[in-house]
Design a binder for this molecule. Structure first.
Ligand SMILES: [Zn+2]
Length: 245
């Protein structure tokens, strides 16, 4: 059986994307979903699995910015477990990222700020980037090129974001079971094309309370679907994915 390689990627961490208000929460509480996700990746029967975390800064959507200490601890935990950090955004504002045609200077500024915030926490250059919502357009792409940062949109979208407060619809906001059923149902049809294309393909998840609760089943489903499609799943992070050679 030939192998199909998957890169598991998590956007929006280290804090949870479905956390509406961080006010008054301790760092430990803020990082509970991330901890659960790291635990699942380390202990899953298909693992241990290394992943890429495209991180977002402390600005939008929170009314009170969560403390920097929570971000630093989250970054430390991701790196301690042997995962990779990518840039996502400092201000995860749909109004900015969807309107890239007219907001190029602000997008450039946001990405510079995101890098300046996270690189000292990582203690090294961050060499991979994914813009929010698959948006950011030419300004985001140009920024990546000019900064020698690898730019990736996703290959397979699990749609685990469909209840996020900044999503364009809240399809599954009040129905986590329906949300999981939907994802499990459509994953194989989204994956089949990518099992045919060469090299590793990435699968998009988010750091969220909901995904933390589902992740073991979702990974199991990715493996099941891969085997149904006639391949053996392999979970990887190729060096060419995270840096420009
Ligand atoms: Zn995002």
């Amino acid at each position: 059986m030939t192998e199909a390689e998957w890169i598991l990627t998590f956007d929006d961490g280290p804090l949870a994307a479905d956390m509406v208000d961080a006010t008054g929460l301790s760092d430990a509480e803020l990082l509970t979903p991330l901890d659960q996700i790291l635990e699942t990746l380390a202990t899953h029967p298909e693992g241990p699995i290394k992943a890429v975390f495209f991180v977002r800064g402390p600005a939008y959507p929170w009314p009170t910015p969560p403390p920097d200490s929570a971000f630093q601890k989250g970054i430390d935990r991701i790196l301690d477990e042997g995962h990779f950090i990518g840039l996502h955004a400092y201000r995860h504002d749909p109004e900015l990222w969807w309107n890239w045609l007219t907001r190029a200077p602000e997008i450039t500024e946001d990405l510079d700020r995101c890098r300046a915030y996270f690189e000292p926490m990582v203690g090294a250059d961050i060499t991979v980037f994914r813009p929010p919502y698959g948006q950011g357009g030419i300004p985001a792409f140009d920024w990546a090129q000019e900064n020698n940062v690898k730019y990736h949109l996703m290959d397979v979208d699990t749609e685990d974001w469909k209840h996020h407060p900044d999503g364009l619809n809240l399809l599954w906001e009040n129905d986590p079971v329906g949300h999981l059923d939907y994802m499990l149902h459509f994953l194989p049809s989204k994956m089949w094309f990518h099992t045919l294309s060469p090299g590793a393909n990435d699968i998009l998840f988010h750091v969220s309370e909901r995904t933390a609760g589902f992740l073991d089943r979702l990974i199991e489903r990715v493996s099941e679907a891969t085997r149904l499609l006639g391949h053996e799943p392999k979970y990887v992070v190729p060096s060419e994915y995270v840096r420009i050679s």
